[in-house]
Design a protein around this ligand. Structure first.
Ligand code: NAX
Length: 359
């Protein structure tokens, strides 16, 4: 049996976590031979609810669940964590301005970034789920000066999976037969679901679909799928979000499948002329805890138009919380691209070379 890995999860008593934690404990995320130590983090008011979840996890008697600990503060919660999944966030209250929401979350994620920097395993991999996910990832990352930005990511895999799922329903094919779908940009209605490089049954997708349907129905449907789900069932996505978190972490750790790529929001290194210093969803290939941004894809005019809109939104989000980003962080990023210009070299992946080598 392998040594257990420590997985810290914030918002652990929330809806997504209720769907996620049992699957992590069952081995769906890190493999059926990888024991896990769950470090569950909540606000003090939710600790009783969290106790109930911990009892249920215990009652499942998962062979891979080494142990569980509950935490009402990030310092102990992230202690020695190999993986940190940041789901807990401040929801938008009635009458709250968008800038207030950004600031309230930025405060939470700056504290968590500092705690991860101080107490987590130095090779920790961090996934930010809580919204606004891209900008929360930027805040957490900028408050963790001893870690590499390549250790942080934000979730756009749900959008990616939606793009695959809805296309496969339309074309009556198995989702497995669809490859190279891309979500560019922000996890928000400005995201750009791009099928121009996608393949279905080994052939390009675009000649197999109606362009009008793609532009006027498919793109807006993916962009607004979260709102559509809330409208239909009264609450936001839970099981599909949990599945996307499993897929994201699984692929980051174990690698993407051959001849495919997946969408992950990662620190922009200037690829595709996106400004450095924002978390932007790119197509990536992963290998053992490292990722490689897929470069060299051609963008047509439609793609460029969508790109600008979503990049602009991310820059505006960053401006709203700039006061919480340490001043030298963005300056230091000037040289960030130079570390990553070999992106197209096979095997050049971003991130510390080994994963969990300090376990
Ligand atoms: P819930 O409101 O059910 O749960 C959130 C939990 O986080 C609560 O139990 C709350 O007590 C806890 N929490 C709040 N602040 C915390 C803090 N500082 N430390 C630790 N715990 C804290 O929300 P849920 O449906 O689970 O969604 C969680 C977040 O995921 C939301 O921000 C949501 O918008 C976001 N989503 C992001 C997605 C993505 O693709 N990036 C998709 C799914 C989801 O909408």
């Amino acid at each position: 049996m392998k040594k257990p890995v420590r997985v810290a999860v914030t918002g652990a008593a929330g809806s997504i976590s209720r769907a996620l934690l049992f699957r992590i404990a069952a081995g769906d995320m890190f493999g059926k031979d990888q024991p896990v130590y769950l470090q569950l983090i909540e606000v003090p008011q939710a600790i009783d609810a969290l106790r109930g979840i911990a009892m249920e996890l215990e009652d499942c008697a998962y062979p891979l669940m080494h142990s569980i600990s509950l935490h009402d503060n990030p310092d102990s919660g992230f202690s020695s964590a190999h993986y940190a999944i940041l789901i807990g966030a401040r929801p938008r209250a009635q009458g709250m301005e968008r800038s207030d929401l950004l600031t309230a979350n930025a405060e939470i994620f700056s504290v968590q970034g500092q705690a991860i920097n101080r107490y987590a395993n130095p090779d920790v991999r961090v996934l930010v789920v809580g919204n606004p996910a891209n900008t929360n990832a930027l805040i957490a990352c900028s408050n963790a000066p001893d870690l590499s930005p390549t250790q942080f990511s934000a979730l756009t895999r749900l959008d990616h999976n939606r793009a695959v799922g809805i296309l496969s329903s339309k074309k009556s094919c198995n989702p497995q037969d669809i490859r190279k779908v891309i979500i560019w940009g922000n996890h928000s209605p400005t995201m750009y679901p791009d099928l121009h490089h996608a393949m279905m049954h080994g052939n390009p997708v675009m000649p197999q679909i109606d362009t009008e349907w793609y532009r006027n129905s498919y793109i807006p449907r993916i962009q607004k799928r979260g709102a559509e789900i809330i409208q239909v069932c009264g609450h936001s996505s839970t099981s599909s979000a949990a599945q996307a978190i499993i897929d994201h972490m699984h692929d980051w750790v174990h690698g993407t499948r051959q001849n495919d790529y997946v969408s992950m929001s990662v620190m922009s290194d200037g690829s595709y002329d996106v400004e450095k210093g924002i978390f932007f969803s790119y197509p990536v290939r992963c290998n053992y805890g490292r990722y490689q941004i897929i470069n060299g894809l051609t963008l047509n005019d439609l793609s460029r138009d969508y790109f600008k809109i979503t990049e602009q939104e991310l820059l505006e989000e960053r401006d709203a919380i700039r006061h919480l980003i340490p001043t030298d962080f963005l300056q230091n990023l000037e040289s960030y691209g130079s570390q990553t210009t070999n992106n197209n070299v096979p095997g050049h992946y971003l991130g510390p070379r080994k994963i969990n080598d300090r376990i």
